[in-house]
Design a protein around this ligand. Structure first.
Ligand code: PEP
Ligand code: MN
Length: 246
């Protein structure tokens, strides 16, 4: 898939919670034309006592989703061990999350470990980085694997109304100053459902390469990031609205 030419949707729940939840989600999302199914297996939580994700056993669940539903699978890798598991299981894409977005040693390792397969690596922007630092982070992966997608996911601001500030300006500069496709994670930028649709429209209108969106069968029951996840109905409305924007 040429990520620079096609509009990419990386969509799915914040976290894999059960086999049933990810199967239902992947099937629905595929029907809506989603190409890449996302689900966090190893969740990097702020609170060390919080639920840390299903862990290793969800790798097999996602592999089954890929085979049975016929959709590409992506997850967040947080260290060499989890990256190794994802690569062994033939994940189609992996991403480095915001919390590791300035972990240069790991970013370098990600490049090395994906050198042969050229697995696409989504490099999320660390939450308090400048454009230069974000592009620099991608550079560590690119030493060995330049199959990179940059993902803007909001930067820290002072207003408590949104989880982060969606920096479309910075993301646009990343797009025109690098050769990498740039996608935008509207869910982590907003931290709230009511902003997902309007911000997605803005992303499409600006000419970015795609969106990351968190979608859950029952967002209010989600184990993580419930406030920002949308249900299938809302996602279907988003797809229709974006189709109208050329
Ligand atoms: C995620 O995509 O699930 C996630 C944790 O995002 P971020 O690293 O951008 O906070
Ligand atoms: Mn999340």
């Amino acid at each position: 898939m040429n990520f620079n030419k096609n509009w990419i949707y990386v969509v799915g729940p914040c976290a894999a919670e059960s086999k049933k939840q990810i199967f239902i989600s992947a099937k629905k999302l595929k029907k809506h034309g989603v190409h890449i199914f996302r689900a966090g297996i190893w969740k990097p939580r702020t609170n060390s006592n919080a639920w840390q994700g299903i862990g290793d056993r969800a790798v097999e669940w996602l592999v089954e989703v890929k085979k049975k539903v016929g959709i590409k699978i992506a997850t967040e890798v947080k260290d060499k061990r989890t990256l190794n598991l994802a690569l062994k299981a033939n994940f189609d894409l992996v991403w480095v999350g915001s919390r590791n977005g300035q972990n240069y040693a790991f970013l370098h390792e990600v490049g090395l470990m994906t050198k042969k397969t050229k697995t696409p690596v989504i490099v999320k922007r660390a939450m308090a980085t400048s454009l230069n630092e974000w592009i620099g982070a991608a550079g560590y992966v690119a030493r060995n694997n330049s199959n990179i997608i940059l993902c803007e996911r909001g930067i820290r601001g002072y207003a408590p109304d949104t989880r982060n500030i969606l920096d479309l300006q910075g993301a646009y500069l990343a797009k025109i100053n690098t050769k990498y496709p740039v996608i935008v994670d509207v869910s982590h930028a907003a931290g709230r459902r009511d902003l997902i649709l309007p911000m997605s429209k803005a992303v499409k209108a600006c000419g970015f390469n795609g969106l990351m969106v968190e979608v859950h069968p029952q967002p209010d029951l989600a184990k993580t990031d419930g406030f920002q996840q949308i249900n299938f109905r809302k996602f279907s409305q988003l797809i229709s609205a974006l189709k109208k924007l050329k």
